[in-house]
Design a protein around this ligand. Structure first.
Ligand code: PRP
Length: 211
């Protein structure tokens, strides 16, 4: 990839570099993987929510009347199962009222194409900020499918957040969905012949759930 697409933000932070090294390391156990991923997820969530629209409110401090703010949009988090579940808590920590939709998908080991097996969305995807989360963007097939599905359901304000991405997946999703900002903690080198991200971290779902 010659240049990073305009809709892609690769978050730079020393703690991300430190924690990405922990999640990449084949010798990191399940507990270490989970805690490092959770720390990266907080930084990703913070950046994914940076442009939330606000409404001005009036409030009363113990001293006097003051101006304040509340969120001016509903937030719906949509993890792509399974591995996407690992990024949900970070968003909910910042937006406790966020609703959660689920899209179940796994990647066929031979064709590398996504296979859908479940979906359940809360009402309101047409007006909410919809944050699709999945640790890995490899070929981009799963993200592309999930975003297409959400657009069919009326979603118009979608963001995609992932831990690690390959140039091939970023190009595919950016080409098909230039309106969808992508926030990632790492842009890796390439995909290998099995469509695994290189150098990558292996299979995020297996490492997070210990399977
Ligand atoms: C992984 C990952 C993404 C997908 C990425 O899921 O969590 O959903 O593959 O690949 P793609 O960009 O080429 O579509 P996996 O199939 O391992 O399922 P899991 O989440 O149940 O582990």
């Amino acid at each position: 990839m010659n240049r990073i697409p305009d809709n892609v933000t690769v978050i730079k932070h020393p703690l991300i570099l430190r924690d990405m090294s922990i999640v990449r390391d084949v010798n990191t156990d399940t507990a270490g993987f989970r805690s490092a991923l959770a720390r990266i997820a907080m930084i990703l969530a913070y950046h994914s929510l940076a442009e939330l629209p606000l409404k001005e409110i009036r409030l009363k401090t113990p001293i006097q009347q003051a101006k304040g703010h509340k969120l001016d949009t509903d937030v719906i988090v949509v993890p792509i199962l399974r591995a996407g579940l690992s990024l949900v808590d970070a968003i909910i920590n910042y937006v406790p009222e966020a609703k959660v939709g689920h899209i179940g998908m796994y990647r066929d080991e031979n064709t590398h194409e996504p296979v859908d097996y479940y979906s359940k969305l809360p009402p309101g995807v047409d007006s909410a900020l919809v944050l699709v989360v999945d640790p890995m963007l490899a070929t981009g097939g799963s993200a592309d499918d999930a975003i297409n599905f959400l657009k069919q359901k009326g979603a118009g304000n979608i963001r995609f957040t992932c831990l690690i991405s390959a140039p091939e997946g970023l190009e595919k999703v950016s080409r098909n969905h230039p309106d969808v900002p992508i926030i990632t903690a790492s842009l890796d080198e390439k995909l290998n012949d099995d469509a695994f991200i290189v150098p990558g971290l292996g299979d995020a779902g297996d490492r997070y759930f210990g399977t």
